[in-house]
Design a protein around this ligand. Structure first.
Ligand code: SAH
Length: 323
């Protein structure tokens, strides 16, 4: 078997530029949001955010915190075109906002799957959750809720503030017996946390087929029973159809403008508020602070009421209730 080279494009930036750069990566090398095509025909994995410089509690350390937005272009006929579009997009952005020069690197597939491991250590999040790479040793406290995680090529190591904000919110909101929808599950981290908090059933969806494989694998690492009759079902897709008013808790850690489009059913899936049960709670994350308003507006237009808002660094989580 021959290894094929994958191109990594990486831009080091501040949290403010991260969203604009992510948008460019998602637009040209991202999940396929086109409602005319089958979900999952994504050309690339979109934007991946990597950061270092946290203390043991996951708080950014002044002077040490660094952030990169990366995207990986898979081998294939359109690679050159995607690269050109991305370079052009970054060029336009750099005219209005100072960003570092993009760095290019090629990988063989094996290196790629392992590259992120070196910066990834056990991480305490919220009150009880500890995210633990499967290859690290960790001595838990009696109340700790350990989640083993190998994010592989999917997003969701817990290093990103938006993931941590979601975990803290889930700890407060999920009650034993709940049904939970995790939209954009990535590594499956939030779905697994919800299951460990006692959710009776968690539906996890993602439009990226790689995320589906990784989430299923991580569920296995944590002995969470998988499948429609199990505790966790992982499905390729987005907002599920035919599930009106079903879930008491919905969590979605996606970018602000994706939330808005999901509320307004612009990708051809049912509107985001539909599967939430009346009185149920939705956790909306992945929102850079200056975009929070557009998400609050969309949620309000769809009959949801803002009940909480928390911020870590530049990232905001909004908690809304239906009705
Ligand atoms: N839930 C994880 C990962 C968040 S990253 C965490 O909190 O860490 C966002 C994920 O949403 C990615 O895996 C991406 O593939 C997925 N995604 C992006 N747009 C989506 C959409 N419209 N519907 C469903 N999933 C989407």
């Amino acid at each position: 078997m021959t290894n094929q080279a994958i191109l990594e494009i990486s831009v080091e930036c501040d949290t403010e530029a991260a969203e604009a750069i992510s948008e460019i990566f998602n637009r040209y090398n991202g999940g396929d949001y086109d409602s005319d095509t089958e979900a999952g025909e994504a050309s690339g994995g979109g934007a991946v955010i990597e950061s270092t410089g946290f203390d043991d509690w996951g708080k950014p350390l002044a002077g040490e915190f660094r952030l990169w937005v990366k995207t990986y272009i898979k081998p294939g006929a359109r690679g050159d075109e995607i690269r050109r579009q991305i370079e052009e997009g970054l060029g336009h952005l750099s005219a209005i906002y100072p960003i570092a020069e993009p760095q290019f690197r090629t990988f063989v597939e094996e290196d790629w799957a392992n590259a992120w491991k070196k910066n990834y250590k056990p991480l305490r999040v919220g009150k009880r959750v500890v995210l633990k790479p499967s290859w690290e040793e960790f001595a838990p406290q009696p109340d700790d809720l350990i989640v083993e995680l190998d994010p592989g090529m999917a997003f969701g190591t817990g290093l990103h503030p938006s993931t941590r904000l979601c975990i803290a919110a889930l700890e407060e909101i999920v009650r034993p017996g709940d049904e939970v929808l995790d939209l954009g599950t990535g590594s499956g981290v939030l779905a697994i946390v919800a299951a460990k908090l006692g959710a009776r059933f968690v539906l996890a969806t993602d439009i990226d087929p790689i995320a589906i494989d990784v989430a299923v694998e991580n569920a296995g690492l944590n002995d969470v029973p998988i499948g429609p009759e199990g505790q966790l079902e992982v499905v390729l897709g987005s907002v599920p159809t035919g599930m009106t008013d079903r879930f008491r808790v919905v969590v979605a850690n996606i970018l602000a403008e994706v939330h808005v489009k999901l509320f307004d059913a612009e990708y051809g899936y049912p509107p985001l508020a539909e599967p939430l049960a009346p009185g149920g709670i939705m956790i909306l994350s992945g929102i850079i602070h200056f975009r929070a308003d557009i998400v609050v507006d969309a949620a309000t237009r769809h009959g949801l009421t803002l009940i909480d808002r928390k911020q870590e660094g530049d990232w905001v989580v909004l908690v809304v209730r239906k009705g």
